[in-house]
Design a protein around this ligand. Structure first.
Ligand code: ASP
Length: 347
């Protein structure tokens, strides 16, 4: 896991002001309204967490040659999927409580086509299997053994995804066997050790990526190994179209990270897109979805729960919002390559 604090803490507001040189404040309902810089003249790709930066760079190679957003997001998320040091996505992901690395992924294009795999084992690139499901079957979702069978029949190779590090940590975990999601909060001991290096107890994350191409089309991809030490067979929000990812080419696209159960309960990414349809900007839409989660619970019950949403609209405006501090997202377009720290409901 890379160090999320290594990024420069640009605030969205400061960047907006710098980018436009305009007065971006308009007051509505007594709250300052923030206009995020528009990227409508350029393709753009955004993705969750600071490790999204490397993924965005790969996606950008596709977008800058006027490639399709769908190809860009698949290419992009394959970077963390193949990275054995990233313990929350693909190869090297933390296993379930029984020691199996099980992967969830989905993809959606500008026409509303979508494909998904859940609880898939032994395949480094679940996102490409999901794309295969979308393009070469009449179905949207394949799970478990059936998904593996489909992958193998379509040229994917079986590999051991459990790295020595993840296996050793799982064996440590087995001593207490306590299922306990850790929220992704900076300044917590598990986020950063005294030596300034990233802590090793952060135990879930996802790469969710959405992009707008030069043609003005949107697509998205989402891939994860899910919550560490989850029950065997557990599936989170990430492969669920509407929860972990949603794309509507008329309006925008959204994706999520964090405790998937909370996101599924509000069908989070679909909600964010629908809120943008009603006129909210991406950050406002993400915030409303987070508030929906909070309204169903209490700050006390949610104190160890992180959820972050990330959204991009048809104009190329972007924004994110999280339940807790510590959620970052990476942005790449013709003008900038940055990691932003999202605002949050709780501090
Ligand atoms: N959303 C993922 C899941 O619930 C985990 C994460 O993004 O932190 O499986």
């Amino acid at each position: 896991m890379s160090d999320r604090r290594s990024f420069l803490k640009f605030s969205v507001l400061t960047s907006a002001l710098l980018a436009s040189g305009k007065n971006l404040f308009a007051h509505s309902h007594g709250e300052p309204k923030i206009t995020i810089p528009s990227s409508k003249d350029s393709p753009i790709v955004i993705s969750t967490w600071d490790f999204g930066k490397a993924a965005n760079a790969a996606a950008w190679e596709v977008l800058k040659r006027n490639g399709r957003a769908l190809d860009a997001v698949e290419t992009g998320v394959k970077i963390p999927e193949a990275d054995p040091t990233n313990q929350s996505v693909g190869l090297g992901g933390r296993p379930d409580r029984d020691g199996h690395v099980t992967l969830d992924a989905c993809i959606m294009d500008e026409k509303g086509n979508c494909g998904s795999v859940a609880c898939l084992e032994h395949i480094v690139h679940p996102i490409s299997v999901a794309r295969n499901v979308m393009e070469n079957t009449k179905h949207v979702m394949l799970v478990g053994e059936g998904a593996l069978q489909f992958a193998l029949a379509n040229g994917f190779h079986k590999e051991n995804l459990l790295t020595a590090k993840s296996e050793q940590e799982w064996k440590e975990w087995l001593k207490e066997s306590k299922y306990e999601p850790h929220k992704n909060i900076e300044n917590e001991p598990y986020r950063k050790g005294k030596d300034g290096k990233a802590g090793d107890k952060n135990n879930h994350d996802t790469i969710g990526m959405v992009a707008l191409d030069a043609n003005g089309d949107l697509s998205g991809a989402c891939t994860t190994s899910g919550m560490a030490y989850k029950m065997r067979g557990r599936v989170g929000d990430s492969p669920i179209i509407g929860a972990g990812l949603f794309v509507d080419n008329e309006v925008g696209a959204a994706t999520s990270t964090g405790v998937g159960e909370e996101v599924i309960r509000i069908v989070g990414s679909h909600l964010v897109v629908e809120l943008m349809r009603q006129g909210l900007n991406p950050e406002q839409a993400c915030k409303k979805a987070v508030e929906r989660i909070a309204a169903r619970s209490t700050p006390e019950k949610l104190k160890d729960t992180q959820v972050g949403f990330l959204a991009l609209n048809k104009k190329g405006e972007f924004g994110g919002f999280a339940l807790q501090t510590g959620f970052s997202f990476a942005v790449k377009n013709g003008n900038e390559e940055k990691v932003y720290e999202a605002k949050s409901l709780f501090n």
